[in-house]
Design a protein around this ligand. Structure first.
Ligand code: B12
Length: 212
């Protein structure tokens, strides 16, 4: 099977919520020499984008989205360990999480893996993370970077609360803050006083490398 067919198989596996196929095509991708990142972006994520569109159009409902997410994770479990790791030039400690009230963690996990592969020492706070965990991360984890994700509009305010909390406890200038997730933007980052926004994991790595 050629690379193109494998990517199409990955995309379809997510759309149809078929975890076994997602695992199978992920293994096929690696065996065929398809790069892990290519398989993620042009296979799994492509499928999830279509699932998102179908959900928005009420063609899909939550159970189908959950199955798609489950299939996506089946593939990611195989592919993420194969993202090549850079040698850590300078030890940068980062914390990453999905802000309070939001449980969408697929994108955050991709960003975490890419930043880890880029040589950062990433601490994963998981999803639905209380504001104070981020605010205290400069003291508790010695973080140089805080990365926050949200996919929902109502939870975006949590990002501002983190920045405000860091200003209040005197740690704001000691840490760089990057945000991401569909409803966020560079304009929103500027607005709340974060340092950067990135639209995807690759851009996140590029921007973080520029500042740290
Ligand atoms: C999968 C999914 C789910 C799954 C999540 C499974 C999981 N473990 O994550 C489940 C079924 C659980 C779910 C639940 C809900 N969902 Co939902 N879900 C989605 C869906 C279809 C896809 C999201 C996804 O995983 N995309 C794939 C990943 C790879 O992309 P990504 O997350 O965008 O990440 C990339 C970038 O954004 C960026 N990025 C992400 N994070 C970060 C962080 C940093 C620091 C940086 C730099 C970059 C970055 O890089 C990533 C990789 O390149 C979206 C629709 C969509 N089009 O996005 C809706 C969507 C996000 N969900 C939505 C909603 C409303 C809900 C629910 C409230 C539904 C309900 N009624 O219960 C609940 C939320 C419960 C809660 N409290 O969180 C809405 C949000 C609307 C809004 N703007 O507020 C959306 C947009 C659907 C819609 N059109 O209405 N959902």
């Amino acid at each position: 099977m050629d690379g193109k067919a494998i990517l199409a198989g990955l995309e379809k596996a997510v759309i149809s919520g078929n975890k076994n196929d997602a695992i199978k095509y992920s293994k096929d991708a690696l065996a065929a020499g398809v790069k892990a990142l290519d398989a993620i972006d042009n296979g799994l994520v492509k499928g999830m984008t279509i699932v998102g569109d179908k959900y928005a159009k009420h063609e899909y409902f939550l159970p189908q989205v959950l199955l798609a997410a489950n299939a996506m994770y089946g593939g990611l479990d195989i592919l993420l360990p194969h993202i090549p790791k850079a040698d850590a030039a300078k030890k940068v400690v980062g914390v990453i999480g999905v802000v309070e009230g939001d449980v969408h963690d697929i994108g955050k996990n991709i960003v975490k893996t890419m930043l880890t592969a880029a040589g950062l020492d990433m601490h994963d706070f998981g999803k639905d993370v209380p504001i104070e965990n981020f605010v205290n991360s400069v003291k508790n984890q010695k973080a140089n970077l805080i990365a926050m994700s949200t996919l929902m509009t109502p939870t975006m305010d949590g990002m501002k609360a983190v920045v405000d909390g860091l200003i209040e406890n005197g740690d704001r200038m000691k840490v760089k803050i990057i945000i991401g997730g569909a409803p966020t933007s560079q304009a929103f980052a500027d607005d709340i006083g974060a340092d950067m926004h990135a639209i995807n994991a690759q851009e996140a790595v590029k921007k973080v490398k520029e500042v740290l």
